[in-house]
Ligand binder design. Structure first.
Ligand SMILES: CC(C)(COP(=O)(O)OP(=O)(O)OC[C@H]1O[C@@H](n2cnc3c(N)ncnc32)[C@H](O)[C@@H]1OP(=O)(O)O)[C@@H](O)C(=O)NCCC(=O)NCCSC(=O)C[C@H](O)C(=O)O
Ligand SMILES: [Mg+2]
Length: 349
């Protein structure tokens, strides 16, 4: 670990100075596209207007013989477009792959001024972040960048989960962490072959009411990802960085996708990945607080004044702690409303 005094020093001469705080920007969906896929790439300028984050994916889901084309495709798209407020991210190949070095060198040199965040897959511990951190500092210095590119880790190995707190604290460059349920399931040897979401076999069953063990017993499906998401959220919150749910692979099951996203939202995540255009609006809906919750939050915060004491609102006790919960809701609503006039009107902010 670096000493507290050295933590915010640039890691290369001439590299940008790290931010002390990670700026919160609307981040309800990280929209994945394959820059080597011409049909998808053609949709990017329009999709950029609808999403908070656009991510050019270079890793899994890009065919091996398209890796270079995907990298170059992202460079071309970034150079040809101004995405305005929409953040531009990339997911580079894993650190043990033959492509990642060229991914980082090319992207930082060619479009470093346009890239907000680099997502690093299969992060196993702080050593992976330290490697990327130093290399990015050198590349930023060489490219003459004035703003630091941030790093986002995917939590998708058992070792990564065991080290999540150290990963979150590894560098001032850390912007956030996403759950990668597919690789994580494989790494843990879980017996689900789904990309995120629940499994009908992971359940608890109501006690029997008589001698018949098979009749009349309700079953309740459980959440396979609860433990990992909760742990990831704590690691992120204690380090001032942002937690995200990752992919939901059953594209046609828009109902279960919404449920999975909402579980993550309620637990503290700020957004999720959208793999297909149909998931963009789901994420937008789920990760924007409802107008009713915002109206309630305003009432509580106004009634609580300086936050001390206790009041009754609609039969419920509100105090300092519940006031803080409502401030979280209100702050998110304000940040989203600044970017989204429809939400600003719905929230009356
Ligand atoms: C999942 C898909 C392969 C589906 O694509 P397709 O079969 O083409 O679907 P549709 O026919 O319904 O598509 C309709 C049109 O929309 C375009 N499209 C599809 N997806 C996107 C997109 N993400 N961005 C932009 N445009 C998109 C299609 O080209 C169609 O266009 P047209 O024919 O002109 O009407 C596909 O959606 C896809 O590949 N999505 C991304 C997958 C991906 O990125 N996977 C990696 C992330 S998940 C992961 O890595 C696991 C994680 O790491 C973990 O471990 O958990
Ligand atoms: Mg993965």
């Amino acid at each position: 670990m670096r000493s507290p005094r050295a933590f915010f020093r640039p890691l290369a001469v001439g590299a940008p100075v790290p931010n002390v705080d990670i700026p919160f920007k609307p981040s309800r969906m990280i929209h994945f596209f394959d820059p080597s896929n011409e049909k998808m790439a053609a949709k990017v300028p329009d999709i950029a207007k609808k999403v908070d984050i656009l991510l050019g994916n270079l890793e899994d889901a890009v065919k091996t013989d398209k890796k270079e084309a995907a990298r170059q495709g992202l460079v071309d798209i970034a150079k040809a477009n101004d995405f305005g407020d929409t953040q531009l991210w990339t997911r580079v190949n894993s650190l043990d792959s033959p492509w990642v070095l060229d991914d980082l060198i090319t992207l930082v040199s060619e479009i470093g001024d346009k890239l907000d965040v680099i997502m690093v897959p299969k992060v196993e511990g702080p050593q992976d972040i330290h490697y990327v951190d130093r290399l990015l500092a050198q590349l930023e210095a060489r490219a003459g960048l004035e703003r630091q590119i941030l790093v986002h880790a995917i939590l998708e190995t058992a070792e990564g989960v065991a080290n999540v707190e150290e990963i979150a604290a590894a560098s001032p460059r850390m912007q956030g962490i996403s759950l990668g349920p597919a690789d994580l399931a494989a790494s843990r040897r879980m017996k689900t072959a789904r990309v995120g979401g629940g499994h009908p076999g992971y359940l608890v069953r109501q006690d029997p009411t008589g001698d018949d063990l098979t009749e009349g017993r309700a079953i309740y499906q459980q959440d396979l990802w609860h433990y990992t998401i909760a742990r990831m959220v704590d690691a992120c919150a204690m380090n001032g960085i942002l937690p995200f749910y990752g992919p939901f692979g059953d594209i046609k099951d828009v109902v279960a996708c919404e449920d999975q996203f909402r579980n993550a939202f309620l637990l503290g995540c700020v957004g999720a990945w959208s793999l297909h255009p149909v998931q963009i609006d789901i994420a937008k809906k789920v990760f924007s607080p409802s107008p009713e919750d915002v109206a309630h939050a305003k009432r509580v915060v106004e009634a609580m004044g300086d936050g001390s004491g206790a009041v009754m609102i609609d039969g419920k006790m509100e105090d300092d702690a519940s006031c803080k919960q409502n401030i979280v809701m209100l702050d998110l609503a304000k940040a989203l409303a600044e970017r989204d006039p429809e939400l600003a009107a719905a929230y009356d902010l």
